[in-house]
Design a protein around this ligand. Structure first.
Ligand code: NDP
Length: 462
């Protein structure tokens, strides 16, 4: 990595690089109409790149940044399946294989009615930089479907997963593209997807999917990794400011995979998670979220957070339709979905005394809200750094699969802690090197970009 930049250079880059990046973004918007999430994710990265391109003009040669913004391959397909009453449904499937300069495409599958090409491209684009930050040799991709698993029977979910994999199998492989879970895709779905892949290909190719069960090729700690990793990243941000996570009150949004293990790690480190939420409302529990009850309702019964409040007793209140950001607390960990924390929410958080915000979800904080937090001096960890623990343990799962090996829980947890500390430090040091000390957004974007851009440059015009 270059040491050309110094902390004395203009952190905004030169006027020329800023203009070039602005026109590149205009062109991206023109060529990808009606993709607001993708525009937003690309804008956030391009905005950060001016100083690195001014210091290292070779990384802008041969239209490198334009190539980075164009997926290597975009696959859109029909997914027909039958429900329990024999009715036929047609969903749309996606896999965007964005960049493989550093390794096989890697990124989750999302099953949610809001999934469209814009959402998959924003997630795939973010994934390139996130995966580069892990240093584990993985490229960026993402996929999913507008299928909604809520309210479907196990048999319906299985038939959908089988139909989805019937097309997807021809595009993936342990050296090509390795999907995992995301919203609406957990251990159950990965099991059905893997079973269908194995049936079609007649190959025991465990490294083709991650997030598998630990009895058949999965890694210890993969389920916990994203939430655990985000809390470790938050603890590092606080430590850098001379503060401790222990004793802090925390807001967590969402109540899925990321949220549950965020709550677990917060409690392990002596903080108190006050809230969880779903798309209908939130729960505030003044004694701290009861993890066993939450897991029983969400992981076993697949229920709602309102059920939690009903069964928890007097300490918990359910607020239908509200947002967890209304509750005063020291730290916030948005862990549900994109754009779930807007500028007004950020102002409420700041008034409530928030010290740090660390993103478990992808792009949950809107650009306007990020500005509010930064101006108030709140530490802010962007998802592509803070939630990289999940994909990092996925990469460790791939390593175990290729060596037909199974690592202990302790070993994987130690490796996760090292990866998260390294990601924190590279973001911190890169931000300092390019004149934006303490800005994890520019640190993450530039550090990820440098790794991918150097590999793309070395590999020629492809
Ligand atoms: P889950 O499906 O397990 O949980 C998602 C949670 O978010 C649910 O509580 C869901 O509520 C809520 N949610 C989803 N969409 C909305 C919405 N539009 N409005 C309000 N609430 C919503 O997903 P994960 O926990 O796996 O993922 C959460 C976030 O973390 C996503 O942004 C994902 O991209 C990101 N992420 C996940 C990783 C992983 O390893 N799983 C890795 C890195 C990032 P409801 O049930 O009501 O829909």
């Amino acid at each position: 990595m270059s040491t050309a930049a110094t902390s004395t250079q203009d952190p905004r880059g030169t006027q020329q690089t800023r203009d070039a990046l602005a026109s590149l973004h205009d062109e991206l918007v023109r060529r990808n109409p009606a993709q607001p999430e993708f525009h937003q994710a690309a804008h956030e990265v391009l905005e950060s790149l001016a100083p690195v391109l001014a210091a290292r003009p070779e990384l802008a040669e041969a239209a490198l940044v334009e190539r980075l913004c164009e997926p290597e391959r975009q696959i859109v397909f029909r997914v027909p399946w039958q429900d329990d009453k024999g009715r036929t449904h047609v969903n749309r499937g996606y896999r965007v294989e964005f960049n493989s300069a550093l390794g096989p495409y890697k990124g989750g599958l999302r099953f949610h009615p809001s999934v469209n090409l814009s959402v998959v491209k924003f997630l795939g684009f973010e994934q390139i930089f996130k995966n580069a930050l892990t240093g584990l040799g993985i490229g960026g991709g993402k996929g999913g479907s507008d299928f909604d698993p809520h309210g479907k029977s196990d048999a319906e979910v299985m038939r959908f997963c089988q139909a989805f994999m019937t097309e997807l199998h021809r595009h993936i492989g342990d050296h090509t593209d390795v999907p995992a879970g995301d919203i609406g895709v957990g251990g159950r779905e990965i099991g059905y997807l893997f079973g269908q892949y194995r049936r079609i290909t007649n190959r025991w190719e465990t490294g083709v999917l991650t997030g598998k069960g630990t009895g058949w090729g999965g890694s210890a700690i993969r389920t916990e990794a994203t939430g655990y990793g985000n809390v470790l990243f938050l603890a590092e941000m606080l430590r850098k400011r001379g503060e401790d996570l222990a004793g802090r009150q925390a807001l967590v949004s969402g109540s899925g995979n990321v949220a549950i293990y965020t709550v677990e790690k917060l409690h392990q480190l002596g903080a108190v998670a006050l809230t969880v939420s779903d798309s209908r409302g939130y729960v505030v529990d003044e004694k701290g979220i009861d993890l066993d009850l939450l897991k029983q309702i969400k992981e076993v019964e697949r229920g709602r957070v309102s059920d939690y409040a009903e069964r928890r007793g007097a300490s918990a209140t359910y607020v239908p339709g509200g947002s967890v950001w209304e509750v005063p607390a020291d730290v916030a960990l948005p862990s549900a979905t994109q754009n779930e924390l807007n500028a007004a929410d950020a102002e409420t958080l700041v008034r409530g005394g928030v010290r740090a915000v660390s993103e478990g979800a992808n792009m949950p904080v809107t650009p306007e809200a990020v500005r509010v937090l930064k101006e108030a001096g709140v530490a802010y960890g962007p998802g592509k750094a803070a939630n990289a623990g999940g994909v990092a343990v996925s990469a460790l799962e791939m390593r175990q699969n290729s060596g037909r090996d199974t690592w202990s829980r302790e070993r994987v947890e130690n490796e996760l802690a090292t990866v998260m500390r390294d990601i924190h430090d590279v973001c911190w040091e890169t931000a300092e090197r390019y004149g934006t000390p303490g800005d994890y957004v520019s640190g993450a974007n530039i550090a990820g970009f440098e790794r991918v851009a150097e590999a793309m440059r070395a590999q020629g015009l492809i």
